[in-house]
Structures are given as structure tokens and as C-alpha cells.
Design a protein around this ligand. Structure first.
Ligand code: FAD
Length: 301
């Protein structure tokens, strides 16, 4: 991208701007080439200014939360990455409604709800990432999903206008939301139920222990690579076709959980994508099931 364009953005915002920022530093997988520009907004005006810049300069942008559901390709991202992980950290409780900024970590949200004696979010325990990313992708586990207790979402449309959607104006399904493409979630409100704080904490610890037992949490990954096909589990199918432990470069199908690809150290996106194709082909040949990606692959080859 031309020098003038980059400088123009820097002058319009209060937050930091970095050039050629390696995205492996910002993804849970530890994989990804550089972003042309990374913006660390300091508030709403910075996000708006970035969106305006991208629109007028016709530069693509990627909204990044905790980077825990992304596979960034090795060529990186040609455009602007809007880093939402450090902005909008507000977290407040009014009666049984929680107001959470988009940048709030899910672990902090779970701990906050426990302290308030509010039940309904315990299933989120152990899921990395931010409120913004979880709402956009309707994060879920153990039968629950973020949409279950969602009341409202405040966001910026790609044109920069602020908009509030109530829950009934939105549709959510398995790891999907009808939030407009290119929108930036700023805040989400959740309506929870009163619960016994001891019981809530017990459920949170139980969920954490269960995750640690079943998932390779000691390794870098992006969580489940494939969506579970209707009525089945992707991990079970990978195990059935005996691909657990298969390795390409430093990308390896976790011997502990078939739906996790782990980074053994220096895995590249090329390694991970090759492994994904191996699994998809073998599972399709042996079982007829077409596994769909849950993780989002972005950026350039
Ligand atoms: C060990 C492990 C376990 C996991 N377990 C689960 C699980 O049980 N269930 C589950 O659902 N997921 C799971 N995940 C995946 C991931 O943690 C969730 O999908 C999480 O909600 C992603 O949030 P994020 O902030 O990291 O989003 P990112 O990975 O940064 O982004 C994901 C998507 O959301 C968009 N996005 C991010 N922030 C915003 C925003 N503010 N506004 C608009 N769009 C935004 C991005 O553009 C991208 O399209 C797991 C991941 C790991 C590493």
C-alpha cells in the first residue's frame, strides 16, 4: 500500500498504528504473515475513522478480536487489521443485565458473572477470545451459545454509523449470526438469571476441568477446526478414520482430540491447510461426510 495512504490514517486516529505487524503474534494458533497496517483504536472515533479511511481509500479491513478462531495465511493481510482486543473493556451489571464491551475477554466475563451471582454463562468457561468475536460467530459449547442470553448488540456498520440491534432483529444458528458483514461490534448486553454463586463457581470449575481433560489446551490452536456435522462430531469422525496424530510440518492433529490441529512450534498456514485437506478427503472417502471449516481462513497465500 502506498506510503501516503498509510500516513493519512495515522493522522486521523489517537490510537497506535503499526506497519507490517506479524499476525502470528495476535492469533491463538501463533500462525500468520504480516498485516499491511494494524490499528489499535482507542475508542469509537478511532474505529469510525478507520472504517472511513478504508472506504475512501478502498482498502480491505479485517476485524480482529482475540484471534482465537482465525487461521491467517502465511502471506498475511493486504489491508488494515482493526485490533479490537484492547478497546471497549467496559463491563457492568445493572440488576440482571450485563453490559460488556466488545474487547472484554470471555474469561473475564465468566468471572464477573460468577461474582455477581448471575447464571447462564458458565458454559463459556475456557473459551478464549472476546465478546465481539463470540457474538459475531455465535460461540457455543455444551448445548449453550452466546445468542441464548443476548439482549442487544451495539455496533458500527461498515459506513461508520452506529446501530443497536435487539436480539429479535437478529438470527443466530450454529456458529453463525446475521450481523451485517463488515460490521464492528462495540458492546453486547446479556440478560441473565440469579443463581447461587457457589453453584455457579462449581459449574465453571467443572467446565474448565472437563476442557483441560478433553482438549489439548497446552498447545497453540484455534479450537475446533471443523464444524460438527448434523448428529455427529467431527472429532469422532477424524478418530474413526485413524488420522489422530497425523503431522505435516509442525501442524499435527491432536492425539488428544481429533477436531484440534495443534501448532507444535513452527507450523505454517500451508501446513495446516494441507492437513485440513487430508482430513476432509479421508473423512469424505470413508464416511461420505463433508467436513466444513469452523475456523476462518483469512489473508493471502
Ligand atoms: C482452545 C480453544 C477452545 C475453543 N473452544 C471453543 C468452543 O468451545 N466454542 C466456540 O464457539 N469456539 C471455541 N473456540 C474458538 C474461539 O475461541 C471462539 O470462536 C471465540 O468466540 C472467537 O473470539 P475472538 O475474539 O478470538 O474472535 P477472532 O478469532 O478474533 O475473530 C473471529 C471472527 O469474529 C470477527 N470479530 C472479532 N471481533 C469482532 C468485533 N468486535 N466485531 C465484529 N466482528 C468481530 C472476526 O472478524 C472474525 O470473523 C476455541 C478456541 C480455542 C483456541
Amino acid at each position: 500500500m502506498e506510503r501516503e495512504k498509510k500516513g493519512a490514517l495515522e493522522q486521523q486516529i489517537r490510537g497506535r498504528v503499526r506497519y507490517g505487524e506479524p499476525l502470528d503474534k495476535h492469533t491463538s494458533f501463533g500462525i500468520g504473515g504480516p498485516a499491511d497496517i494494524m490499528v489499535f483504536p482507542e475508542g469509537l472515533e478511532d474505529v469510525q475513522a478507520t472504517l472511513t479511511f478504508c472506504r475512501s481509500a478502498q482498502v480491505p479491513y479485517l476485524v480482529l478480536g482475540g484471534g482465537s478462531n482465525l487461521l491467517v495465511r502465511d502471506g498475511g493481510f493486504r489491508g488494515v487489521v482493526l485490533h479490537m482486543g484492547g478497546v471497549f473493556p467496559q463491563l457492568a451489571c445493572e440488576e440482571m443485565r450485563i453490559r460488556a464491551g466488545a474487547g472484554v475477554r470471555l474469561s473475564r466475563l465468566v468471572a464477573f458473572c460468577s461474582r455477581q451471582g448471575l447464571a447462564g454463562m458458565e458454559w463459556l468457561a475456557g473459551i478464549p477470545g472476546t465478546v465481539g468475536g463470540a457474538v459475531k460467530g455465535n460461540a457455543g459449547a455444551g448445548g449453550g451459545c452466546i445468542a441464548d442470553h443476548l439482549a442487544e448488540v451495539r455496533l458500527l456498520l461498515p459506513e461508520g454509523d452506529e446501530h443497536i440491534f435487539s436480539r429479535d432483529q437478529l438470527e443466530f444458528s450454529y456458529r453463525r449470526s446475521s450481523l451485517p458483514a463488515g460490521c464492528v461490534v462495540v458492546e453486547a448486553n446479556f440478560d441473565l438469571e440469579r443463581g447461587d454463586p457457589v453453584e455457579i463457581r462449581r459449574r465453571v470449575s467443572e467446565n474448565l476441568l472437563e476442557r483441560n481433560r478433553r482438549q489439548p489446551v497446552e498447545w497453540r490452536s484455534a479450537g475446533s477446526i471443523f464444524k460438527n456435522p448434523p448428529g455427529d462430531y467431527a472429532g469422532r469422525l477424524v478418530e474413526k478414520v485413524k488420522l489422530k496424530g497425523t503431522r505435516i510440518g509442525d501442524a499435527c492433529i491432536s492425539p488428544k482430540h481429533g477436531n484440534f490441529i495443534i501448532n507444535l512450534g513452527r507450523a505454517t498456514a500451508v501446513d495446516v491447510l494441507a492437513l485440513i485437506r487430508v482430513v476432509q478427503r479421508r473423512v469424505h472417502e470413508d464416511t461420505g461426510v463433508e467436513l466444513e471449516l469452523e475456523v476462518q481462513a483469512v489473508g493471502e497465500e
